[in-house]
Design a protein around this ligand. Sequence first.
Ligand SMILES: *Cc1c(COP(=O)(O)O)cnc(C)c1O
Length: 358
Amino acid sequence: MSVLDLARAEIRALQPYSSARMEASGGRLLLNANESAWAPTGDVGTGCNRYPQPQPSALVDVLARLYDVRREQLLVGRGSDEAIDLLVRAFCRAGRDAILIQPPTFGMYAVSARIQDAAVVEVPLRGDFTLDVDAVLAAVTDAVKLVFVCTPNNPAGSVVSRDDIERLVRALDGRALLVVDEAYVEFADEGSVADLLDRHDNLAVLRTLSKAWALAGARIGCLLAHPDVIALLRRIMPPYPLPLPSVDAALLALSGWGQANARAHIDVVRSERARMRAALARLPGVRDVLPSQANFLTVRFDDAEAAYRRLFDAGIVVRDVRRYPGLGDALRITIGAPADNAQVLAVLASSATVRGAA
Ligand SMILES: *Cc1c(COP(=O)(O)O)cnc(C)c1O
């Protein structure tokens, strides 16, 4: 059995759009795509009179090297959000199939599923935000085509062990695709599970340049998966998904200088995370700071609403995560630059003083 047997038959049979740039590349004089012959004015849009490559080869090369996969195991898209959407559309038949998630978790899996009219099976994380592999496997029905696992977890910051991922992917073989979302893995102690791709055709890994690579505005994310899955998703992807300025920004960020810069910032985030966790835990009104392997801390307060307001009034916006199961008293605070983090501590410390004095 092939992993493609899990995908929608009509997508496998689909005749994809054949763009000018797909049909012919290279050439000396390009008169096949109804583009303008003139470059746009100003140097911002250099090259933008031409349609971009569907999967820009220079970017695919550098990303494949970065993630240590083969080029044909990699799809570049507009953030990992696009990959999530493509997976749901390719694997879930509307009104019939389902995805499986473990709340609290990233919201886009369920949103993409609902847009596709796929059901959402929920198997909550345990009270300590670890994954219950047996409970997940017990909940997998024939309808479940995709199992999303977010590690490090957003919004809890917890991780799923490599052993648990291996157990899951083996047990799901022939039944569902396991999609491991590693949006924050650069900040974690443990590395990626992408090296398991060669052994398991039902594994997919999501990576993004939005967090550790400081490129949220460029919208570049990747799916790493079996070449057949990559080829399938390319059939339903728009013909020219990646804007040229975003590709250029990504190539710069992934240059030798860019990589050194990103690694230095990751080190700062990791040390600030430890410092902030200890400092926040000492503040009155803070019940708990969850251990985090990501670039944020999720903090339980006696009065999360008041803490949110106090920060907001000081001009600091954090994420209210009280709607998530198990986090009814929590705010999620992104680790900023050291001076930003100092401001957060100062505001929360002064609010504790004011309340104490009242
Ligand atoms: C931020 C985030 C993403 C990244 O999305 P992009 O579309 O690549 O910006 C993916 N998954 C999780 C869990 C996230 O928190």
